[in-house]
Design a protein around this ligand. Sequence first.
Ligand SMILES: Nc1nc2c(ncn2[C@@H]2O[C@H](COP(=O)(O)OP(=O)(O)OP(=O)(O)O)[C@@H](O)[C@H]2O)c(=O)[nH]1
Ligand SMILES: [Mg+2]
Length: 227
Amino acid sequence: MTEYTFDDVSVVMGTYNEAAAIGTVLDDIERVTGGRAEVVCVDGSDDETPEIAREHGARVIEQEPRGYGYAVREALLSASNPVVVTTDCDDTYPMDALPRFLELVNEGYDVVSGDRLYHGADAMPGFNRFGNHAFAAVASALMGERVHDTTTGMRAYRAEVLRNITWTENTGLSAELLIRPLMRGYDVTEEPIHYAERAGETKLDPLAGGYAIAKSIVKVPLQERFR
Ligand SMILES: Nc1nc2c(ncn2[C@@H]2O[C@H](COP(=O)(O)OP(=O)(O)OP(=O)(O)O)[C@@H](O)[C@H]2O)c(=O)[nH]1
Ligand SMILES: [Mg+2]
């Protein structure tokens, strides 16, 4: 099996007015990967986020802001490398975990999913933490397999998994991209990660976003089961 290095990795993200965080996030990626990973930002900002991204060597694709899933789908499909890592651009996810994620892909996993709840996710707002535990419990029941964090923004995928998947969700895209690979028999693992407090404003309305994700959590496993 091919042993991947950071030359084979694309780190991709949706960016929407993340000027307060993007410099730190891209510096961290550069430091941890030795500047070898491709970085793709799908951007809908009206602040200076895209300029900062380009200064840091990222490829920036402009897109009207239409939600998390539209942006991340475009970013995933624009990646050039055989291993694709998603993250948020708000400095919540630990880029220091990238070597471990790559190691797990090299051990044979098709999807490595960062589990923020394992360490308690103290930095996560309580309402979101409660919702994320509930989403994981419901998804697990519907799939017949225990998962712990269905809405995490940090994952590594083999690109071939992404080419074979059905894409229907927007706010629920993260859940979709865990549930469909799992139910199609791909090797998926959850890796505990630390989660930090967000820099800058949230782009997700907790109630509307939570409702959209709840619908995905029920719909996607049932679609896969009766496919
Ligand atoms: N291009 C683009 N990016 C988006 C859009 N909506 C969200 N994003 C980005 O997607 C990522 C996730 O959004 P967040 O606001 O962090 O959502 P969240 O992580 O559920 O919420 P927090 O806990 O507040 O961080 C961030 O990097 C956003 O900038 C959009 O409509 N277009
Ligand atoms: Mg976030």
